[in-house]
Design a protein. Structure first.
Length: 367
């Protein structure tokens, strides 16, 4: 079977790329189609595949400023040549799901999220205060057109899978389509507890430093508490957050996998204050036997049992985060039970669920 895997862009290893790796395990001879590929930024598993890109690859500053070209992404993704394949699988959080395939070729989509900036988080990404009235109006018109295209092209997908019930709800709301929920894979053989490590008195944020992540609320909570907060990650919100960081907030930027694992193993907990599409970070820290504190909305909240494997934060406020910390520290968590909950997200579980989804969808397509 000749298979094409379509991914929005290949510029680093995040949750979406971990899903792509598992797809390659299912179809090791597959070819990858993407808007942009920066060699050396993804895993050896992905780099070993044939990769086909679009004209975005050749545009100025594409390697670092590719999001500037969002208005032309629809043209770029529709130019990908997908004729002659027996199966097309898209891994999409932006435009990958909108590829054009042969009429007889099944197209299955693993949707990480309908594009946030086109739908419910437009004002988080493109606020009037940040861009000014004229630029804001221009961006709003462009995004309105993109939103109509995004909705219309959902019909190009034969079957959707979603990474959480939260995202399945958004697919239903914006595309009018149902989706099979398949939680993303987490490397539970790498993220493991360390018996000789006792938790230290610090909390951890592992996050892209983007406006929608609401990290400023966590910073404010720890500025008030005067307790240690370690922050892993980088992004466009970095400078603003650095200005908000008090003396007990330590910003590490990017770290490698082994350092991240050590930070998980030694922390009092990981805090996520954003409405997340899925919950990879909380599952990683649970695999290390430590409890996450996550917002009670979004896909991340589906990964824990409040008071058993983690703690829910009721609101995106400093007061709610402080209250959740108090509840977490008063809870006698069992690290073995926490890790056992994380094992539901092991890669072999993902592969089994995704294989079933593919086979079931292809059977329906044949009939």
């Amino acid at each position: 079977m000749k298979v094409a895997l379509v991914h929005d862009w290949l510029t680093g290893m995040r949750g979406g790329e971990r899903v792509l790796e598992q797809m390659i395990k299912l179809y090791p001879d597959a070819e990858i189609h993407t808007l942009l590929h920066i060699p050396g930024t993804v895993s050896e598993t992905i780099e070993a595949c044939p990769v086909h890109t679009t004209f975005i690859q050749r545009l100025p500053y594409a390697a670092t400023k590719y999001r500037w070209y969002l208005p032309v992404f629809p043209w770029a993704v529709e130019e990908l040549s997908l004729s002659g394949y027996d199966l097309v699988i898209s891994s999409s959080h932006c435009v990958a799901k909108s590829v054009i395939t042969d009429s007889t070729t099944p197209h299955l989509c693993y949707c990480h999220t309908p594009m946030r900036y086109a739908w419910d988080q437009f004002d988080t990404y493109f606020s009037r205060e940040r861009y000014g009235t004229v630029r804001y109006a221009t961006i709003r018109a462009i995004i309105a057109s993109l939103r109509r295209w995004d909705r219309a092209t959902a019909s190009r997908v034969d079957a959707f899978a979603a990474n959480s019930a939260w995202v399945a709800g958004r697919i239903r709301r914006y595309y009018g389509r149902s989706a099979t929920v398949i939680p993303p894979p987490v490397d539970t053989e790498f993220f493991v507890p360390e018996e000789n490590v006792k938790p230290e008195d610090y909390y951890l944020v592992v996050s892209a430093l983007s406006p929608y992540k609401c990290n400023e609320v966590v910073f404010e909570a720890f500025n008030r508490l005067q307790r240690r907060l370690v922050v892993v990650g980088t992004g466009p919100d970095k400078e603003r957050l650095e200005a908000l960081a008090g003396p007990t907030v330590e910003m590490l930027g990017r770290v490698d996998g082994k350092e991240l694992r050590s930070l998980y193993q030694g922390c009092s907990g990981v805090i996520l204050a954003a409405v997340e599409d899925a919950g990879i970070v909380p599952v990683e820290v649970m695999a290390c036997g430590r409890p996450p504190l996550v917002l009670a909305r979004g896909g991340a909240s589906e990964t824990i049992r409040d008071g058993v494997t983690g703690t829910l934060i009721q609101e995106q406020t400093p007061e709610a985060i402080i209250e959740a910390i108090d509840r977490s520290e008063a809870t006698p968590f069992n690290s073995e039970k926490i890790r056992a909950s994380a094992l539901r997200y092991a890669p072999d579980r993902f592969l089994g669920r995704f294989s079933t989804f593919i086979n079931t969808s292809l059977e329906k397509n044949l009939h």
